[in-house]
Design a protein around this ligand. Structure first.
Ligand SMILES: [Zn+2]
Length: 251
């Protein structure tokens, strides 16, 4: 009987040890698995603070310069400067009935700028004299003028570039494009022989950057071409804008 009792005690002790082991194991698994499992509500708040510093470590400042290189490959808009002859300075030529050259020049020049802007060019209107003309850089520069009433029978237009051009091939192409498109659209004839020093020695040519392709246009004569000049400003502007686009797009 004594031996049996001892065996029972031993079994009982082994049973207790077994329960103890199972309880320890369960506790160990719970504490080890806690960070992964969502069971304890207190623990995630302990885990998160160790994660929050990470976003501040991410090297965002080194990433921000990247967008600028991706923007630059897109083609920049071509820049065009348009001078409204005599604007903000004087009236230009005046006919006996009071018609002023500057009125025609400003009307056409403003329309040219609007047309070019609509077509996606970075076009801007410039006055006859401005500090902005000093070293002016653009892909094209055109000054718009009109011939006087002094020769009543004279009709036609003129286009010229600076006499001593730094970029003669480019400027000759700009002049050729303007002559071609303006003649086509308006039906006016090109007055090659009446181009004067007023045109080839035009003041703005020596003020702007020598690398800026520039030309001056005389839209027509205020006597014989009056109707076209005063009533068809939009067509004249289209003609000039097409001439500039012809040059810029290499037509
Ligand atoms: Zn003028």
């Amino acid at each position: 009987m004594e031996g049996r009792k001892q065996v029972t005690r031993l079994l009982f002790v082994a049973f207790l040890l077994g329960i103890g082991y199972v309880a320890w194991l369960a506790h160990w698994m719970q504490s080890e698995g806690a960070p992964q499992g969502p069971e304890p509500t207190g623990q995630p708040s302990v885990v998160r603070p160790t994660r929050t510093p990470r976003p501040t470590r991410t090297p965002r400042p080194t990433r921000t310069p990247r967008p600028s290189p991706t923007v630059s490959p897109s083609p920049r808009p071509l820049r065009v400067g348009i001078v409204a002859g005599h604007w903000q300075n004087d009236s230009g030529a005046i006919c006996p009935d009071g018609l002023q050259e500057v009125t025609i020049n400003l009307d056409v020049a403003s329309r040219v700028v609007a047309i070019l802007q609509y077509e996606g060019y970075m076009a801007e209107l410039l006055p006859e004299f401005s500090d902005r003309l000093n070293g002016y850089k653009a892909d094209a520069f055109v000054s718009i003028h009109t011939d006087s009433c002094s020769v009543p029978e004279a009709s036609g237009f003129k286009v010229a570039r600076v006499a001593g051009s730094a970029i003669p091939e480019k400027e000759d192409r700009l002049v050729a494009c303007l002559i071609q498109k303006y003649g086509e659209v308006t039906g006016l004839t090109f007055h090659e022989n009446s181009i004067t020093f007023d045109m080839t020695g035009y003041h703005a040519f020596s003020e702007i950057d020598p690398e800026t392709p520039a030309a001056i246009i005389e839209l027509g004569f205020m006597a014989a071409d009056r109707e076209l000049l005063t009533e068809h400003g939009y067509e004249l502007a289209q003609a000039v804008a097409q001439g500039i686009a012809c040059f810029l797009e290499g037509e």
